[in-house]
Write a protein of this length. Structure first.
Length: 174
């Protein structure tokens, strides 16, 4: 499997996360980077000094890549192998609708399901059980992602930018 390499969405999210963490009064928080891919978000949190950084990814090659960056990581289909609760959970979710023209080995990193929102909705449903009281979830989606079901979680748009005819949107869910 390919490891999702940082692209515009990754850099947008990493910069948002950096600014968010630097505004916190203290970094004694527990953080989960779901779908870590290359590990860019976990690495950002570690570099800033977050006390507890954990990552998870379904892709075994991504797990290996994150471990090489000294990130504690588990192979997990979303929360299937994740234990505990966290103050902050991020997910740069696969958000694109299924496209048969895309190579099969890259779909795990880019395709969010038939419509594009299925993995994000499943993530949000499961994440609530792993979120500490007063914790936050940040989820990156695209303007191409259907929002009907995601909106049921009452997200707040905290960042967005346009690229290649779409918008990348970071949502905050409490």
């Amino acid at each position: 499997m390919q490891v999702y390499q940082p692209a515009e969405d990754s850099y947008l999210f990493a910069e948002f996360l950096r600014k968010y963490l630097l505004r916190l009064p203290e970094l004694d928080i527990s953080y989960l980077d779901m779908g870590t891919g290359s590990g860019i978000l976990g690495e950002t949190a570690l570099d800033i000094g977050v006390a507890s950084v954990m990552a998870a990814d379904i892709n075994p090659d991504a797990v290996i890549a994150a471990r090489k960056k000294d990130i504690e990581v588990v192979k997990s289909d979303l929360f299937s192998n994740v234990e505990g609760k966290f103050d902050l959970i991020t997910f740069n979710a696969p958000y694109l609708p299924e496209d048969d023209r895309e190579p099969t080995d890259s779909r795990v990193a880019t395709t969010g399901g038939k419509n594009g929102d299925e993995i994000s909705v499943r993530f949000l449903t499961e994440a609530k059980k792993h979120l500490n009281e007063n914790g936050k979830i940040f989820l990156l989606v695209s303007s191409l992602t259907p929002m009907d079901k995601i909106n049921e979680f009452k997200p707040v748009v905290v960042s967005k930018t346009g690229i290649f005819g779409e918008e990348l949107i970071i949502l905050e869910i409490r």
